[in-house]
Design a protein around this ligand. Sequence first.
Ligand SMILES: Nc1nc2c(ncn2[C@@H]2O[C@H](COP(=O)(O)OP(=O)(O)OP(=O)(O)O)[C@@H](O)[C@H]2O)c(=O)[nH]1
Ligand SMILES: [Mg+2]
Length: 460
Amino acid sequence: MKNDTIAAIATAPGEGGIAIVRVSGPEAIGMVDQVFEPVAGGRRLTERAGYTAGLGWVVDRNGERIDEVLTLVMRAPRSYTAEDVVEVHCHGGVLPARRVLERVLAQGARMADAGEFTLRAFLNGRLDITQAEAVIDLIRAKSTGAMRIAMRQLQGELGRRMRAIEEELIGINAGVEASIDFPEEIGDIDRAEALERVGTLAERVRHILEASERGRVYCQGIRMAIVGKPNVGKSSLLNALLQKNRAIVTDIPGTTRDVIEEYVSLRGIPVRLMDTAGLRETEDVVERLGVERTRQAIDEADVVLFVLDVGAGLDENDRRVQGLLTGKKAVVLVNKDDLEDKRISVAELESFCAGLPLVRASAREGTGLRDLELTVEQLVLGGQAGLDEMELVVNTRHSLALRRVLAHLEAVCLGLQQGVTLDCLAVDLWGALEAMGEITGRVLREDVIERIFHDFCIGK
Ligand SMILES: Nc1nc2c(ncn2[C@@H]2O[C@H](COP(=O)(O)OP(=O)(O)OP(=O)(O)O)[C@@H](O)[C@H]2O)c(=O)[nH]1
Ligand SMILES: [Mg+2]
């Protein structure tokens, strides 16, 4: 591991209240001290205890003040990286932080690579690898649900669970290896007991994998297309869900010509909403193109919101839309529920929807929207919202490794049932252990580590 001192601007570029230059490594305090002039009566950085702040100026080579700053000293191991860290809080904006950084680099610090501060926290043992990964998830989180998962992972929840599985695996493996090494003294393993233990473990892994599929919904979000014939209130619905007038609404059928996309958070799930052109047979060239895009939007969507107009009744156009939804997760939304004159009967609806979940709403009055959110949540999470395991394993790296763990465990179970040799069992147990070690960080290869931190921003 490199043991030099690194520096970077830790805040986003552009104008802001403050901009922070972060310095970490054995020389961090000394280097910043070289360019820092404390206010009268203030202490030099080298004389300050950890967790102290000091006001002063960063000065250039000639002692001229560059910026007025607040310096924060954190001494190893009580810092983000577990090394000595100094944060220099400059006035916001691009130039002050850049010039302060230049001064620190001139003292011999090296410009930090992307994610290098967090990498050091990992290499110094302050974070395990799953916690380090949680840092980037937290930064990127686009919904409160995703944030909650990342936060739990950052606190080490995922790592703890994975290590528990790993320890059980190590125990089982130790039994098998002992039997291989000392066949005379120990004899064969208790195969029934081994089968029981490996089977339970496989079940746990399977459970986490299933749950993580749901967790993914919170992190990556879903795409939802709002479709229906013209004038049923698709754009009104988009606006109601967004709580702003994003799309043009008129009583002229064919108002929306193109797909309009907006993000919204539905019960903690990030949803990319796509309002589409109403579907009908048409000669109008522009509208025809719009209709083509609507078909694409349906293809791309994870969930389709199929809007009906209770005031207009069901007709050919509705049936045509319905025909496009085969194999799709869909919710039927009966809109304009505020109208007195309802032209779709309950019986008609039932036969038309054929088992699809149904919600009555009024985009104009804003009623039924909560019902809609619950129905969509139920549809994408399969009624498992809020389940504990769902809050775990979310990234692809973990789930790929876990799938390998599971495949090896299943092979071990099969081998035990078929009475294969201990050597055969050991091969799969080793495979499972290796894949597991990639998650816990016990056997991380350098290129894997590199790939993980590659995604980070500079200064994190
Ligand atoms: N009474 C009532 N009218 C509604 C409701 N939702 C929409 N409307 C009206 O229905 C008409 C069509 O609404 P839009 O949101 O433009 O419908 P659309 O499905 O986007 O139509 P196209 O873009 O042409 O396909 C407008 O006059 C809306 O004010 C509702 O819940 N109740
Ligand atoms: Mg519209």
